[in-house]
Design a protein around this ligand. Structure first.
Ligand code: NCD
Length: 306
């Protein structure tokens, strides 16, 4: 039985196969419409979510399966003090696969050790968010046609942004990737990613504070929100929250074929006036997220459609 805790749980070849499957799903939706008939996905969300929970559910429904779950810790027995390991033992009796989001780093890992069904990490604290990474890789591959030879700018809250941590882990395995890390000093990428992943892999990267300085050279700009819920102090959040605002004016500095991604939700960091720019790809990214999760569910349940 396989789980998905980190993007590194799949080899590059397995990721290629998963993205090929997602592309086939996009092209032939009806072929997969009953692939998961009789199977149930449970979504166990101890933290707020719109896209991640609903896209897992949409993915299972598109595959002809069923869904169940809870969307806040308050509406589950966790409120009464139940442990994650007891909850997952219980859910293993009801469902065939589950996606879990939790504010504590490592909670989905604890779950998978007590589970008899595949567990998908749908975001654990400031740590990892592997299904967003599958979404991001599929979006870049579909829109840029490649996952190598790319200069990628990661902008915003690189300290707490789990989508950035997972994406870096995944992308260092491709050829000729360069990163530009764009953040204020206080929100720099933590050492456990910068030193342990970037330095170790020998990938080329630089850190800058000004977005304007980085923009002209990028193939992909990945914007992120300042992660309010991970700040200890409200004043620090207020000081940081509008540090970057991508607007029409700044977009004139970017290449004609750059794409702008964002895991969403957006707060102020991308002005709505950018939405009409053909380079704005963050809502296409939402759609790719459904295909990526359909491919993931089929892969973890080992279901093959001819
Ligand atoms: C992200 C998350 O939850 O980490 N959202 C998402 O799943 N698409 C990004 C964020 O909340 O800023």
């Amino acid at each position: 039985m396989r789980h998905l805790m980190s993007p590194l749980d799949f080899s590059v070849e397995e990721l290629d196969n998963l993205m090929d499957l997602a592309a086939d799903i996009e092209a032939n939706r009806e072929k997969y419409a009953h692939a998961c008939a009789g199977k149930t996905l449970a979504t166990l969300f101890y933290e707020p979510s719109t896209r991640t929970r609903l896209s897992h559910e949409a993915a299972m429904l598109n595959l002809g399966g069923n869904i169940m779950g809870f969307s806040s810790a308050d509406s589950s027995s966790s409120k009464k003090g139940e442990s994650v390991s007891d909850t997952i033992r219980t859910v293993s009796c009801y469902a065939d696969i589950c996606a879990m989001r939790h504010p504590k780093e490592g909670a989905p890992m604890v779950a998978c050790q007590h589970s008899t069904i595949p567990v998908i990490n749908a975001g654990d604290g400031g740590h990892q968010h592997p299904t967003q990474t599958l979404t991001d890789l599929l979006t870049i591959r579909s829109l840029k046609g490649r996952l190598n030879n790319l200069k990628i700018g990661l902008c915003g809250d690189l300290k707490f942004g789990r989508t950035v941590h997972s994406l870096i882990n995944a992308l260092v395995r491709y050829e000729n990737i360069e990163f530009v890390l764009i953040s204020p000093e206080e929100l720099r990428l933590p050492d456990y990613v910068r030193v342990d992943v970037l330095d170790k892999s020998g990938v080329s990267y630089k850190e800058v504070v000004r977005l304007e300085e980085a923009l002209p050279e990028l193939d992909v700009l990945y914007m992120t929100r300042v992660q309010k819920e991970r700040f200890f102090n409200e004043d620090d959040y207020i000081r940081m929250k509008d540090f970057y605002i991508l607007d029409k004016n700044k977009m004139t500095l970017a290449k004609e074929d750059m794409i702008v991604l964002h895991p969403l939700p957006r707060v102020n960091e991308i002005s709505v006036e950018v939405d009409d720019d053909p380079r704005a790809a963050y809502f296409k990214q939402v759609q790719y997220g459904v295909y990526a999760r359909m491919a993931l569910i089929l892969t973890l349940l080992d279901i093959h459609v001819d």
